[in-house]
Design a protein around this ligand. Structure first.
Ligand SMILES: *Cc1c(COP(=O)(O)O)cnc(C)c1O
Length: 400
């Protein structure tokens, strides 16, 4: 018996392992040093009180015969599917409740969704990219084509840059906006170009909207369905992880419009079939907590938390502005993607920050080779540490 040989094609996830190894070695050599951890892609603030109260209430429901819930519907509880669809409808996007699928998080879905496309597809990934896109497709045995983003396109590649003849046609296109790691965001015009391209070429866009709640600018689309033609070419995957601090609580959602068909097959129906086969739904308790996010109070409270992260972003951006460093993101995303000073490599800069100012960030090269020479700061850390890290960073860059 030979198991899935595609696993042999995975590279070691050296990015976060490499960071962990280097910081551990530093702490062993310099015990007791306080490190300013600006690398984590995890939130640090607790769940808001609207969610906590609802979780408690739901636990109590499970204690009483009349309110107890057993198996939940595989595609999501009606109350949560409606709450999410209402959230979209509030933004003038018309979705029916059964176009929304409740999930245990976006990472699960970004890979699981490949089930409905088959495992011999060509997948376009814009790099620098969230590492899971690449790995999930390697495991599925898909062919990956990488579209490099860089300063010349503002980290926002356009379909015009695709060397079509050399590559053949992409079946799937992953787009993440606001982007992790670069913080870049697609304007309506730029995103429309991808929608038109996908519709023309019969491709399907997997739109990762994990950071939509961080968008500040009025004109930036929160959802791909704000644009014309997206209902016939796009799946949207979102998560409450970064929006509402659900990284350890686990809940997300996936939107598949009824209009999305390929080869005479309806992708919404296929996903219903997939979920009813492969899941037994998300926990009742968690779905109740998730529904609280979409209430008026929940929205207000999660945005208070997001404001804290945005203040962290402001502190870092002020430091970089003061020393004239080029960076992306920070405004509509919880990440700042800076250019390493003096043409330094991203791991070289990592070592310098760790050794000289005890700040830990994420080397851009770990998100794809075109990320070399860049560095990612997360704004999810504590405000106190962020202020000190920004001060140290500014002093270090001033002296270079
Ligand atoms: C954090 C993150 C997610 C969310 O993943 P979950 O599994 O829902 O926690 C999805 N996409 C990107 C790009 C992310 O950075």
């Amino acid at each position: 018996m030979i198991p899935n040989i595609n696993y042999n094609n995975l590279k070691d996830s050296y990015l976060f392992a490499g960071i962990a190894k280097k910081t551990k070695a530093y702490l062993e050599a310099n015990p007791g040093t306080h490190l300013y951890r600006m690398g984590i892609g995890d939130v640090s603030l607790p769940l808001c009180s609207a969610v906590i109260e609802e979780l408690h209430r739901a636990v109590d429901d499970q204690a009483v015969k009349g309110t107890f819930h057993g198996y939940m519907p595989e595609c999501g509880a009606d109350f949560l599917r409606k709450a999410i669809a209402d959230y979209y409808r509030g933004r003038k996007i018309s979705l029916s409740d059964d176009e929304v699928f409740v999930s245990s998080g976006a990472s699960d879905e970004l890979g699981d969704i490949l089930d409905i496309f088959g495992h011999d597809k060509t997948v376009m990934i814009m790099e620098p990219a969230y590492p899971a896109y690449v790995d999930a497709n390697i495991i599925a045995g898909n062919r990956i084509i990488r579209l490099s983003a860089g300063e010349d396109n503002g980290f926002l590649p356009s379909p015009a840059e695709i060397p079509t003849e050399a590559w053949g046609k992409a079946d799937l296109i992953y787009i993440c906006s606001p982007n992790n790691p670069t913080g870049a965001v697609f304007s309506k015009t730029a995103l429309q170009a991808w929608i038109d391209y996908a519709n023309q070429t019969d491709a399907v866009i997997i739109f990762d909207a994990a950071y939509e709640a961080f968008i500040e600018e009025e004109a930036i689309p929160h959802s791909i369905y704000e644009l014309t033609g997206a209902r016939t070419c796009a799946v949207e995957i979102c998560s409450l992880s970064k929006t509402a601090g659900f990284t350890g609580t686990r809940c997300g959602y996936t939107v598949i419009p009824h209009d999305l068909e390929r080869g005479g097959m309806n992708l919404n129906k296929m996903w219903v079939r997939n979920r009813t086969t492969k899941t037994n739904g998300v926990s009742y308790i968690i779905q109740r907590g998730a529904a609280a996010v979409f209430t008026e109070r929940g929205q207000q409270e999660i945005h208070e938390n997001i404001k804290v992260y945005k203040e962290n972003a402001n502190v870092l951006m002020e430091a970089l502005d003061a020393v004239g460093i080029t960076y992306y993101g920070g405004k509509n995303a919880p990440y700042i993607w800076m250019k390493c000073p003096g043409g330094m490599g991203s791991w070289e800069f990592f070592d310098k920050l760790l050794n000289e100012i005890h700040v830990v960030g994420t080397p851009g090269e770990g998100f794809g080779s075109c990320g070399e020479g860049y560095f990612r700061f997360s704004t999810f850390g504590s405000p106190k540490d962020t202020v000190e890290a920004a001060k140290r960073l500014k002093a270090l860059l001033e002296n270079n």
